[in-house]
Design a protein around this ligand. Structure first.
Ligand code: SF4
Length: 221
């Protein structure tokens, strides 16, 4: 009630001064728009109607291409869209996404400073694991995304992202905390935020991995 009265008093003071338009402040986290003629947007337009994986194309609501800064130094790659992502057409917007935002902020960056994508651009029904042929179908899109964004560092989130990028069958527990290369780009695998929600005791290990990324980005700037 107090804040309503304050707002009313503020509006009355504006009217008494003859001000008809209320000044607005842009939110600090307004996402950076990728210009429509950007090659990344052109790639997105190619991917949106993709039906290479017949089952996924039938069951998905949207194709979740990716979002963020098209010139980001740091790129995150996850597994595949979940329910919320499929509904909204954006990567990492559910509970795991909220944790990813906190992880990004833990190294002094904002979500709009990085680029976020997945290995698969379509949600597997019931959030089942991606099938090997689906990963093979979608991999060229991720490869092109990375080539266009040219990040300095890729953070691979979870088993599927790390195994796809590094072409290995090793588990994330073995891979995390060490540097690898993908097409000349440094890759740091760490736990997927969805795993961290189920296993919060491993958050500390992800924090260690993120500190290594922070140091690497510092050296590069
Ligand atoms: S997952 Fe990738 S390859 Fe498969 S239908 Fe979706 S966009 Fe196409």
């Amino acid at each position: 009630m107090k804040s309503l009265k304050k707002a009313e008093a503020y509006l009355n003071s504006l009217i008494s001064r003859g001000i008809k338009n209320i000044p607005t402040v842009k939110p600090a986290t307004e996402p950076k728009q990728v210009p429509s003629n950007n090659p990344l947007n052109e790639l997105k337009q190619q991917v949106l109607p993709c039906k290479l994986c017949a089952e996924l194309a039938q069951t998905r609501k949207t194709v979740v291409f990716g979002s963020g800064d098209a010139q980001a130094k740091l790129m995150f790659v996850g597994e595949a869209p979940g329910f919320d992502e499929d509904q909204q057409g954006l990567p990492f917007v559910g509970k795991a996404g909220q944790l990813l935002t906190k992880i990004i902020e833990s190294i002094g960056l904002k979500r709009e400073d990085v680029y976020i994508a997945n290995v698969l651009k379509c949600r597997p029904p019931g959030n089942r694991n991606p099938l090997p042929e689906e990963v093979i179908n979608c991999q060229p899109y991720l490869k092109k995304q990375i080539a266009l964004i040219q990040p300095k560092v890729i953070c691979a989130l979870g088993n599927f992202a790390a195994q796809t990028l590094l072409q290995t069958s090793s588990s994330i527990t073995r891979l995390r905390g060490k540097w690898y290369q993908y097409e000349g780009v440094k890759v740091m695998p760490t736990f997927h935020p969805a795993y961290l929600l189920r296993n919060p005791e491993d958050k500390r290990k992800t924090w260690e991995d993120m500190k290594m990324i922070r140091e690497e980005l510092k050296c590069l700037s």
